[in-house]
Design a protein around this ligand. Structure first.
Ligand code: 5GP
Length: 236
């Protein structure tokens, strides 16, 4: 399948049309950004690692009954995906307090939460992806009705219920992660975008070493070494 017109270029991916009007190609880039583009970098091979990690995870989730946009892995950096209209909400699921949750609410960093917390953020770089409630989401026309918000929450929790033990089995604590969903050509809500160490936080289960993009955000050294280790464990 060949790339046609580029539809969108984001911080970590480019999306292209293909000859099939219901399929897109997602190309994973080596670029790294943090703090809404205030910090920029790049590591050769990062995009390929994320493409392979997303492949492993989306295939596994499909086997567990989660509908995703994944169709096929074309090569090291490119996925064939279903055409979707992205819902402009980041669904954040948290098992352990860190990052913006500790900054916003003063909860102790590393505190295990008594339940999985689901938050919605409005996908808008100019506004720094602000946290929103259900009424904001309706007001902003992110979804058609409250039932769709319930569906996003339910899917976020269900995916967490699958991923948390899956990663723990591989020696990784799933601290938190961000999901994006889209509507396919039939209007069904399906998982889109990616699941990678750019969009999740993983801590090594023994040492609590950070194995995700916090290494770049916090200047803790190469991300590639950690992402390679994540992929190795997923495949192991
Ligand atoms: P926080 O709100 O603590 O910054 O992030 C919570 C989780 O969502 C982290 O796993 C983080 O990587 C992910 N996340 C939040 N916003 C974004 C974003 O704009 N892009 C990506 N790739 N991940 C995000």
């Amino acid at each position: 399948m060949e790339k046609k017109q580029m539809l969108y270029e984001g911080k970590a991916k480019k999306i292209f049309k293909t000859e099939d009007e219901d399929k897109y190609i997602a190309e994973f880039k080596d670029d790294l950004t943090a703090f809404n583009n205030a910090k920029k970098g790049s590591e050769e091979g990062k995009g390929a690692l994320n493409c392979q990690i997303t492949t492993e995870l989306f295939k596994m989730l499909e086997q567990k009954g989660i509908k995703t946009h994944y169709v096929d892995t074309i090569d090291s950096n490119n996925l064939l995906v279903k055409k979707v209209e992205i819902i402009p909400i980041e669904v954040i699921v948290r098992n352990v307090a860190t990052g913006s949750l500790t900054r916003r609410l003063g909860i102790e960093d590393g505190k295990v939460l008594p339940f999985s917390l689901v938050e919605f953020c409005y996908k808008d770089d100019d506004l720094d992806d602000p946290i929103i409630n259900d009424e904001h989401a309706i007001l902003l026309d992110c979804v058609d009705n409250e039932g769709e918000l319930e569906e996003l929450r339910r899917l976020g929790r269900e995916i967490n219920t699958i991923l948390k033990p899956y990663f723990l089995d591989k020696g990784l604590r799933l601290i938190d992660f961000k999901l994006e969903f889209g509507k396919d050509v039939d209007g069904n809500i399906i998982l889109a975008d990616e699941i990678t160490p750019d969009s999740c936080r993983f801590w090594d289960a023994k040492s609590n070493e950070k194995m995700d993009k916090d290494r770049f955000r916090q200047g803790l050294g190469s991300v590639k070494v950690a992402y390679e280790e994540v992929l190795k464990r997923l495949r192991g």
